[in-house]
Write a protein that binds this ligand. Structure first.
Ligand SMILES: Cc1cc2nc3c(=O)[nH]c(=O)nc-3n(C[C@H](O)[C@H](O)[C@H](O)COP(=O)(O)O)c2cc1C
Length: 221
């Protein structure tokens, strides 16, 4: 596929056909994805390729608690899982909110599930002294994760970067034997999408790019 077409049409695929994603194709995808950048080129990523049904079920179950909070906050009109706007829903409201099927089902239905990890011993976190949630560390792993989705799209497959299960990271580490200094960055279901979306909802450039300063005039080229 042409690069711009891939960039404009790589969507969050959550519904998959029964088609398999063979190891040979997955290897090709990972072969291309490994050229992603990372801080200091330390390449702290690891990928666990999960096909086992019991492990998928466990990953789906570990997604449920965060999916319940996600849904409860959405119903309450809140910014989801935000660190500045703290949650206003209480534990009881979260408990009685069912986990949306579309958030917990993908690991069960995908051809394969990738657990994408990053070794925190090699990640440079230049924002570590700031009084806000860390952002920089993710930049050493998510370009790699996104490269997987771009390459998958090129091969006719799709998937999603999912992070809800990471709220239960210690249990994922225990489930898969991941050491404590290795963070789980994403659980990525991959497979052949039932539908291929081609018109993704995204803001126009003028809404997010400005000349020279935060309050500068919109950048329109
Ligand atoms: C950091 C990050 C975390 C995400 N976590 C989840 C998740 O836990 N579950 C999920 O279903 N989608 C998750 N997504 C997918 C987003 O919802 C999706 O990329 C966005 O809604 C755009 O979807 P579209 O490309 O189909 O338009 C995540 C995406 C990113 C980048």
């Amino acid at each position: 596929m042409e690069l711009y077409d891939v960039m404009r049409t790589t969507f969050a695929a959550r519904d998959f056909t029964a088609d398999s994603l063979p190891d040979a194709t997955l290897l090709k995808i990972l072969e291309a994805a490994r050229f992603a950048p990372s801080g200091g080129n330390r390449q702290g990523w690891s990928v666990i390729v999960v096909r086992d049904q019991k492990t998928r079920e466990a990953l789906s179950a570990l997604t449920a608690p965060a999916a319940k909070r996600h849904a409860a906050q959405a119903q309450n009109g809140e910014n989801l899982w935000n660190t500045i706007d703290r949650p206003r829903v209480d534990a009881a409201a979260i408990e009685r909110t069912p986990a949306p099927v579309r958030l917990i089902e993908p690991p069960l239905k995908a051809a394969v599930v990738l657990v994408i990890c990053v070794d925190l011993k090699v990640v440079a976190s230049t924002d570590q002294e700031l009084d806000r949630v860390g952002v920089i560390s993710g930049a050493s792993i998510y370009p790699f994760a996104w490269n997987i989705l771009l390459a998958a799209r090129h091969e006719g497959f799709g998937g999603t970067i999912t992070t809800l299960a990471v709220s239960q990271e210690p249990k994922i580490q225990q489930l898969l034997g991941i050491p404590p200094h290795v963070a789980v960055a994403a659980i990525m279901p991959l497979g052949r999408p039932v539908r291929q979306l081609t018109r993704l909802k995204r803001k126009p450039v003028a809404e997010f790019a400005r000349h020279e300063r935060w309050d500068g005039r919109p950048f329109t080229g």
